[in-house]
Design a protein around this ligand. Sequence first.
Ligand code: AP5
Length: 218
Amino acid sequence: MSALCSSPKLVILGAPGAGKGTQAALLAEKLNTPHLSTGDILREEVRKGTELGKRAQEYMDRGDLVPDDIIIGAMNERLKEAGGSTSNGFILDGFPRTLEQAKALSSAVQLDLVFLVKLSQDEVVRRLSARRVCERCGRNYNLLFNPPQEEGRCDLCGAALASRVDDSPEVIRRRYQLHRKQSKGVEDFYREQGILQEIEGDQPIAEIHQAILDTLND
Ligand code: AP5
């Protein structure tokens, strides 16, 4: 594995449901690097009932983006905790989503690579409508692609599985449209820096993972 892979600073971009979280988790395990998901961070704050969670929840439930000032402040703190300003690596999933967020990130750290996982709206709706998440441990399942062994129960901890509040078809479409509106500026920002790598998301999970590893090894 190349030097880049020992402590890379990576971002995974993509539409809702493109597979950012799935790929970031696999990569984090493979590279033994922290995985920072803004969606997971915000959902945890909502669960704990913190001030940040209370401010974020209404945006999340509607499928809107949480305002930049809230999310940038929260991410700066997490990056410091993960050693983002030192030589340690990390994998960001779901951040940045606006040009303002991308600029704030670039003033804090120098990224190595940004992966963009591409997927059509129809496939996004199909996948997210079939997503189920463990209410206790947060493990992700998909009724079409990786169902649990026992219907409605987590393989790992046995707790109940549920759909995410923002995974209704109407909210999924809203999230997708918002993504299309916001993402171009972010993608162009990284394309101009020569660090954007595009990957087709309509492939099996293992193949996308391998494509990311191959790129890191090049
Ligand atoms: P977040 O949780 O980040 O939601 P999202 O971006 O909409 O992404 P998802 O988690 O839905 O999808 P994913 O791409 O991670 O796909 P996954 O791997 O889970 O954010 C939620 C909300 O928080 C936002 O709407 C916003 O309100 C707020 N927020 C977050 N970040 C923010 C920011 N930076 N700024 C402002 N607001 C922010 O996969 C999806 C499903 O498909 C799973 O069931 C999985 O098993 C399956 N799957 C994955 N890959 C494949 C494959 N290759 N083949 C078949 N199935 C697959």
